[in-house]
Write a protein of this length. Structure first.
Length: 214
């Protein structure tokens, strides 16, 4: 189950088998809070199947979505490095299966396989770059610019079309880009009206290049 997890991908099957002995497999129902911001925890979570969202809440319950993660990704890695509290909350978007490894077990594996640290550092660097890009977008782009960039980032090419297979609500989009649902709804309707996007029950298609400005 580890061959698709980036930090363990370069290891052979025998090492995978040994590592799996240090893990506990758990299944979480949809909309289950796995971790809450501020929690004390010392485990690494590997997503074997399903999808989670990474988010923050303020004291008034307002939500900001930082990211979505799917099978092959992991979270909780910062707790393996320091003893600080969890920096964000994690909730399942759909039924999800996880492999959970304690900090102590991870350190034992790391001593025998130091190359894991290189893969972990590369992944952390990529996440820092991604977060830097998000901060830049929030600081320098208007709502339309952030929405356009997010939609294009979610899309993948299929048969010559840019398709977003990921299901989402307009409120989730608003939380993701730091805007109101009403503003996102208005822009979305105008993009549909202009023929730029087509929205169905299970997917959204970007029909042509989105305009640079709204």
């Amino acid at each position: 189950m580890l061959e698709n997890i980036s930090i363990f991908a370069s290891m052979d099957a025998a090492d995978h088998a040994l590592i799996e002995q240090c893990m506990v497999k758990r299944v979480f129902p949809r909309h289950t809070i796995i971790l809450s911001e501020g929690d004390s925890s010392d485990s690494l979570y590997l997503i074997l199947d399903g999808k989670v969202k990474v988010f923050l809440n303020d004291e008034n319950g307002k939500e900001a979505i930082l990211n979505y993660q799917t099978a092959g990704e992991y979270f909780g890695e910062l707790s393996l490095i320091d003893d600080s509290e969890r920096s964000a909350s994690i909730m399942t978007v759909e039924k999800s299966t996880m492999a959970v490894m304690s900090k102590q077990a991870f350190h034992q594996v790391l001593k025998k396989n130091p190359d894991i640290a290189i893969h972990l550092l590369k992944d952390l660097a990529q996440r820092v770059r991604s977060l830097t890009d998000e901060v830049k977008s929030l600081a320098l782009c208007d709502v339309y610019g952030r929405l356009s960039k997010t939609l294009q980032g979610m899309a993948i090419e299929q048969d010559g079309k840019m398709v977003i297979e990921e299901s989402f609500t307009q409120q989730e989009l608003a939380n993701r880009i730091g805007a109101s649902r009403e503003m996102v709804c208005r822009i979305f309707k105008d993009l549909v009206k202009g023929g730029y996007i087509s929205s169905g029950q299970h997917q959204t298609i970007i029909n042509k290049r989105l305009p640079l400005r709204y």
